[in-house]
Design a protein around this ligand. Structure first.
Ligand SMILES: C=C(O[C@@H]1C=C(C(=O)O)C=C[C@H]1O)C(=O)O
Length: 102
């Protein structure tokens, strides 16, 4: 039996859902890369939240409002241009994380 047709271990002990050892190996490696990317994305979101908080604090200390709708519209447009329709709710989630619910 070749490596590519070797059955994977039973689904009970294989969380990938793959039906061959070859696919299991590919998926496990790629999931490691996704976990690493997600760690970086989460770190970038936390960094974004901190930068946004500094902007909001500076504006409020000067007597301005926390929220700036014109700027938020620019961000919504950037995300939907780059990512298509699902980019808008993603941008809204980032804005909510950064300035709370409005
Ligand atoms: C960070 C700012 O303040 C608020 C938060 C924003 C953000 O997190 O991107 C955008 C606009 C504002 O509602 C800003 O005005 O740039």
């Amino acid at each position: 039996m070749t490596a590519s047709s070797t059955p994977a271990t039973s689904t009970a002990s294989n969380a990938t859902g793959a039906h061959s050892q070859e696919a299991t190996t590919v998926i496990e490696g790629a999931r490691g890369r996704i976990d690493s990317l997600d760690d970086r994305i989460i770190g970038l979101i936390q960094e974004r939240m901190a930068v946004s908080a500094a902007i909001q604090q500076a504006r409020m200390t000067s007597g301005g409002r926390r929220v700036n709708i014109a700027r938020e519209n620019e961000i919504l447009a950037r995300y939907s241009t780059a990512l298509g329709k699902p980019g808008a709710p993603l941008a809204l989630t980032l804005l909510e994380l950064s300035r709370g619910r409005i």
